[in-house]
Design a protein around this ligand. Structure first.
Ligand code: ATP
Length: 459
């Protein structure tokens, strides 16, 4: 159980501020599925900009017009490109299990190559604690990257090698530096380290949306060395444009689906969403704290007793603001936290002693899917149950299909969060929603109303 529920996110209170008009926001080239770029831009320009209560950190960051990636002259320049190649790999064979993040960076890499620039790729990979470790080496992604860009990669094992070989790189070549987190200075946001990285290039592009919430040397401090020649890549722009479609002025009804393990991870996002959503569906392990707060018996389901007050306050605020909160009426309860244990469909308010809710039940599925089918905008963060086990995947799977159907009918659907993205990929529906974000924590922080340091640094 610990493995499945050990995600923790920081929860600091952010004061709401007035958003700036959207027309002051960057107008990047947006590579969104479905419609041509020009239509996307027109749509974004026409989007109304006033949302009085919800704090929109994207608008807040862009008080000045940032450099435009698609028109910048890259010719013969060494382009420091921060990407997020933090992909899951098999711990024994080092085989890449999901290359979505690498593929997502390709439009930006190829644009630089096609415009005669020399990409010098920087990325982190996992969480090494004490310097270089083979399991966290970016060497494991080199051959996949070479296949995808159809070019050999100059892989530099350390900064010294990058400094040496970087002097002679020419247009047509691509360089990749070893995991920046092999240097503790990276996560410390060390200025001298950032300066060393910066000296490798003539300009800086950040396309690592998944790391934009980290104030690390290669995502934030490095940008100080490029007062004008710094910009976001296509992926970052696309991610922000998608988030902005919801933060700015979502087409109503707007439903947010919030699930996953812990209330504490999602308090801020729910509080910010109370300002813009019509409906909030709460599922997964976190729902039981809400049910308990309302006086229900939740057996040994996930419960954060210290968050009962928070849950009550959210329910109270929702009522005041006229937001419908949907909690699961029934659950698939299990006699133990095991995949092949005894199960029973029970009312969520009266889960038997020592039993635990591991998925939402059929009535809840029907009601939640009905809400989704009537929504024009849907944001989904966090699964409805222990979807990793087939016997507890039905709630998450049904909602995933409901999202796909809503998308086909013209609704805008955004899925974010590591586990939510894995769930939608497991059900082979990633291509049937409007956008699956490459950011977990970063997307969450945007919707919590926080300013992302990696984005702020580009202004
Ligand atoms: P991430 O935090 O990686 O971005 P996420 O926000 O999509 O992902 P999390 O909040 O981490 O989702 O929660 C996902 C985890 O919650 C899954 O491992 C899932 O098995 C677990 N989970 C969901 N419902 C329950 C439940 N009823 N009981 C126990 N665990 C649950």
């Amino acid at each position: 159980m610990i493995n499945l529920i050990s995600k923790h996110k920081c929860c600091k209170k952010v004061q709401p501020e007035s958003p700036l008009p959207f027309t002051k926001l960057f107008l990047p080239r947006i590579l969104t599925k479905g419609s041509p770029i020009s239509i996307q831009i027109v749509f974004l320009l026409l989007t109304k900009s006033s949302f009085p209560e919800a704090f929109n950190p994207i608008n807040n960051a862009f008080t000045t017009q940032p450099m435009e990636f698609s028109t910048y002259s890259f010719s013969t320049k060494k382009v420091l490109l921060r990407v997020d190649f933090n992909v899951p790999i098999d711990k024994v064979t080092f085989e890449i299990l999901d290359d979505k993040r690498i593929k997502a960076a390709l439009p930006t890499i190829n644009h630089i190559i096609n415009h005669n620039g020399i990409p010098i790729l920087l990325s982190h990979f996992g969480r090494p604690k004490n310097g270089p470790e083979n399991q966290f080496s970016l060497i494991h992604i080199v051959s996949r990257l070479e296949e995808l860009i159809q070019k050999p990669i100059i892989f530099c094992k350390n900064l010294e090698e990058a400094e040496r070989r970087g002097k002679d790189v020419c247009p047509g070549e691509v360089m990749l530096l070893e995991n920046v987190r092999f240097y503790p200075e990276e996560t410390q946001g060390d200025l001298a380290f950032a300066e060393r990285l910066a000296s490798l290039g003539d300009c800086y592009v950040n396309d690592a949306f998944g790391s934009a919430h980290r104030a690390h040397a290669s995502t934030t401090q490095i940008a100080l060395h490029f007062p004008t020649d710094k910009m976001m890549g296509f992926l970052m722009a696309e991610e922000l444009a998608c988030a902005n479609k919801i933060l700015q002025n979502p087409q109503k009804p707007f439903t947010a689906i919030v699930g996953g393990a812990k209330v504490s991870d999602k308090v801020l996002i729910i509080e910010n969403l109370l300002n813009i959503a019509s409906d909030i569906i709460i599922g997964g392990g976190m729902a039981y704290t809400f049910v308990y707060a309302q006086g229900g018996s939740v057996g040994s389901s996930l419960l954060e007793k210290d968050k009962v007050d928070v849950a009550l306050s959210i329910l109270h605020k929702a009522k005041e603001k006229g937001v419908n909160i949907h909690l699961p009426q029934d659950s698939i309860a299990a006699s133990s936290f095991l995949e092949h244990t005894e199960t029973s469909i029970v009312p969520t308010h009266s889960i038997p002693y020592n039993w635990m809710g591991l998925d939402i039940g059929p009535e809840s599925i029907a009601r939640f899917c009905d809400v989704v089918s009537k929504s024009k905008t849907i944001l989904w963060n966090g699964p409805m149950g222990v979807f990793e086990w087939e016997r507890f995947e039905l709630g998450t799977k049904s909602l995933a299909f409901a999202l796909a159907e809503a998308t086909e009918k013209g609704s805008f659907t955004l899925v974010g969060g590591g586990d939510s993205a894995s769930a939608i990929a497991k059900f082979k529906l990633s291509h049937r929603v409007s956008h699956v974000s490459t950011g977990g924590g970063a997307l969450l922080e945007l919707f919590e109303g926080k300013e992302l340091p990696g984005i702020k640094a580009l202004t």
